[in-house]
Write a protein that binds this ligand. Structure first.
Ligand code: SAM
Ligand code: SF4
Length: 351
């Protein structure tokens, strides 16, 4: 029955909520291997064996929010805070360009120092210096006018994980001043404005169930984002979830495969969190249907301070300077890191 559902998802790219729940509950290593095979088939049809890379620049560890799972939450008084200035961010992009990156992702906590004026100035100077590059922002919730201003300044894509498609689950992961409705409104605004939008969630977050995961899959099927970022939840010692178990690489890879079956054209990263809990996480992600990796381009002295969770990987293949190492590892499993903006391809109907 589970195989039949996977077969149907691979062709129709949609299922009912209850069927998604059955798929999640039906996880076994054999089922996951079957789903991965079908997912790789679809990914190969759309993207071949290309691996898109994005240079991730973590621009600030200040955050006004207090998400219960994150090491950057404002209540974490132990966190070391830093903020890059425009010159430092541009220098990261210049270095990344030399290495072969054609997409930069500016990510940070919700830092009020990045006003529209400051952020738009940074966006336009990057686009002016590197007009052949795509720019992705991941700066959390902002108002519609702000998203519009950043888009007009030249930003192409925006990553804002929905975190969970279940409002009650959302409320258990966030303090009362953050609302699921507002998160959804932000995602709609971003799409309306014309961004290539990315949503996503943590795998194994506290209180997650097969039902909430099914809701995530249904939401993604209907919302049709250009990108979906998923990675295992990994506890951070100075958060309320310090003693919660981490998500697993097995479940993350299975869900990557299901996402590929929902969206053959999706941009799906094998995330740092996956690479952190499993040394072969990047490879396993590709073999489950992912097609993107986001090595760290932040200045090396700040990387340890962007501590979302314990032992976050930032060296070797996780680091932009380790690009040759990453390319070698990808070649070893039959994939090819390419110098490309790596835009989403349009949906190609199965022939
Ligand atoms: N502040 C922005 C936001 O929240 O959208 C961007 C940065 S935030 C650190 C990026 C993502 O990190 C979040 O969407 C969340 O899913 C993930 N994250 C935070 N804490 C995590 C943890 N303990 N384990 C795994 N992922 C985590
Ligand atoms: Fe801030 Fe993002 Fe961490 Fe929430 S997940 S505390 S918004 S950096």
């Amino acid at each position: 029955r589970t195989r039949e559902l996977i077969g149907r998802l691979a062709v129709e790219h949609r299922l009912d909520l209850k069927e998604y729940e059955e798929l999640v509950e039906g996880f076994t290593p054999e089922i996951a291997a079957y789903a991965a095979g079908r997912a790789v088939e679809l990914r190969t049809r759309v993207y071949g064996t290309d691996v898109y890379i994005r240079g991730l620049i973590e621009i600030s560890s200040y955050c006004k929010n207090d998400c219960l799972y994150c090491g950057l939450r404002r209540s974490n008084r132990m966190a070391e805070r830093y903020r890059l200035d425009a010159g430092e961010i541009l220098a990261c992009c210049d270095a990344g360009y030399e290495l072969g990156f054609r997409t930069f992702v500016l990510q940070g906590g919700e830092d009020t120092a990045f006003t529209d004026e400051v952020a738009c100035g940074i966006v336009s100077s990057i686009k002016e210096a590197h007009p052949d590059c795509a720019l992705t922002l991941s700066l959390g919730e902002r108002n519609r006018g702000s998203y519009q201003a950043l888009f007009d300044a030249g930003a192409d894509r925006y990553l804002l994980r929905h975190e969970t498609a279940d409002p009650a689950h959302y409320a258990r992961l966030h303090p009362a001043d953050l609302s699921w409705d507002r998160r959804m409104a932000c995602l709609r605004d971003l799409k309306d404005i014309g961004y290539q939008v990315g949503c996503g969630f943590m795998v194994g977050s506290p209180f997650q169930t097969p039902a909430t995961l099914a809701a995530d899959l249904k939401f993604i099927e209907e919302f049709r984002p250009a990108m979906v970022g998923i990675g295992p939840f990994v506890p951070h010692h100075a958060t309320p979830f310090a003693h919660e178990p981490a998500g697993t690489a097995d479940m993350t890879c299975y869900l990557l495969s299901l996402l590929r079956l929902i969206g053959p054209e999706l941009l799906l990263p094998a995330t740092t969190a996956l690479g952190t809990i499993d040394p072969c996480g990047r490879e396993r992600g590709m073999q489950a249907g992912a097609n993107v990796v986001m090595p760290n381009l932040s200045p090396t002295d700040v990387r340890k301070k962007y501590e979302l969770y314990d032992n976050k990987a930032c060296a070797g293949s996780e680091a932009a300077e380790g690009l040759t190492d990453l390319s070698r590892r990808m070649e070893a499993i039959g994939y090819r890191v390419v110098v490309d903006r790596g835009d989403a391809k349009r949906r190609m109907e199965a022939g």
